[in-house]
Design a protein around this ligand. Structure first.
Ligand SMILES: C[S@@+](CC[C@H](N)C(=O)[O-])C[C@H]1O[C@@H](n2cnc3c(N)ncnc32)[C@H](O)[C@@H]1O
Length: 357
């Protein structure tokens, strides 16, 4: 058993089976044994690879988005540029390099990184030095006009799972069976208000996931006031639907989500429609959901890649492979599985953001 598994087993022995969101929150964020608290999981020797680690073009195009968003909000003298879940700091480093091409924009930036992992915050400090300020929560970021970017952050937010059993909707719980973690169902029915309207009448056997943290994140964004523009990129679906997406990954392979809590990454696909609804309920404006392929081409991927290739012909093959992977249109390719949504404090700012019609 992993050290975290021992803690979880003791918790379940004393309190009974726990909901999936509590299991996920502890597996990822337990202060001593949580997955993100203890390691740098990126790269070939780690567990997974993210877009900024695949190609510098990704972070550079986030710089293009941020500069356009700054223009959209009327070029404020000072703006808080915030990244939530910055990983190794690669996206921000590439973004800031791109920003130098627009000196007035670069000069307006106060950079803030929101990170809960001490290991990754240290890694980000090595990359960014004194170019940024670190925080453990969005509420710690000083007020002011805000540009916010988060890549592969929403998928780490804990989800609850509900199953339409013969007797009605029940919550999926994690308990113990024969010395191992196992899924079971709550005895009590799920209050109907927790289920998405579109899925309440789903057929028996259907599993539905909701992410309660969307509402608190949206409220925290709205509390920052205007102007605000935010871009979230992640894997997921544009419309709400049933089906299990909870997944664990270790050393680039899928593993049983209950097998090694704290030692495998645990994520769920993002329900972008639910996230947009949470944003609107909090008073924000939400743009359309676009694929990563459309986002990157819309921000000038082809032109940027051409320039880089001309400047470093010897790196052409690596550049081409990275870019192709980012925009791969196959159903499970990054260009199509990954999607983006822009949020803004109001309709005026939203309408002027890139890729919002
Ligand atoms: C999958 S990684 C993505 C990293 C980076 N954005 C990238 O694209 O390479 C998730 C990041 O979110 C951070 N994280 C997870 N939960 C968090 C939370 N509740 N608040 C802030 N950061 C969190 C992790 O430590 C990690 O930096």
């Amino acid at each position: 058993m992993t050290p975290l598994a021992e803690d979880l087993a003791a918790l379940i022995a004393s309190e009974g089976p726990i909901p999936v969101d509590r299991y996920m929150a502890l597996a990822l964020g337990h202060p001593r044994h949580g997955y993100y608290m203890t390691r740098d999981p990126f790269g070939a020797a780690g567990d997974f690879v993210t877009a900024p680690e695949i190609s510098q073009v990704f972070g550079e195009l986030m710089g293009v988005w941020a500069a356009s968003a700054w223009e959209a909000m009327g070029r404020p003298d000072r703006v808080q540029l915030v990244e939530i879940g910055p990983g190794r700091g690669t996206l921000m480093a590439d973004l800031l390099r791109m920003a130098k091409a627009l000196p007035a924009f670069a000069a307006a930036l106060d950079v803030h990184l929101v990170e809960t992992s001490p290991v990754l915050a240290e890694r980000q400090r090595q990359v960014l030095g004194d170019a940024a300020t670190w925080h453990r929560g969005l509420d710690e970021v000083p007020p002011g006009p805000t540009l916010l970017i988060a890549n592969e952050f929403l998928d780490a937010l804990p989800i609850r799972q509900f199953v339409r059993a013969d007797a009605g909707w029940r919550e999926r719980l994690v308990g113990m069976r024969d010395g191992a973690f196992a899924f079971g169902l709550s005895r009590d029915p799920v209050p109907p208000g927790l289920l998405p309207d579109a899925l309440r009448e789903a057929s028996p056997g259907t599993l539905v996931e909701i992410c309660p943290a969307f509402a608190s994140l949206a409220a925290a964004l709205a509390a920052r006031g205007a102007p605000l523009a935010a871009l979230f990129i992640d894997y997921g679906h544009a419309t709400s639907r049933g089906g299990e997406t909870l997944q664990a990954v270790k050393a680039h392979r899928p593993v049983d989500p209950l097998a090694e809590p704290g030692d495998a990454d645990l994520t769920a696909h993002v329900d972008f429609a639910a996230f947009a609804a949470a944003a609107r309920s909090a008073g924000l404006s939400a743009g359309p959901v676009v694929t990563q392929r459309d986002l990157l081409f819309g921000l000038g991927l082809a032109e940027r890649a051409e320039r880089l290739a001309a400047a470093r012909p010897e790196a052409f093959e690596t550049l081409r492979a990275g870019v192709e992977r980012l925009v791969d249109p196959a159903p499970t390719g990054m260009g199509s599985l990954f999607k983006a949504i822009a949020l803004a404090s109001d309709r005026d700012v939203l309408a002027r953001l890139p890729l919002v019609d």
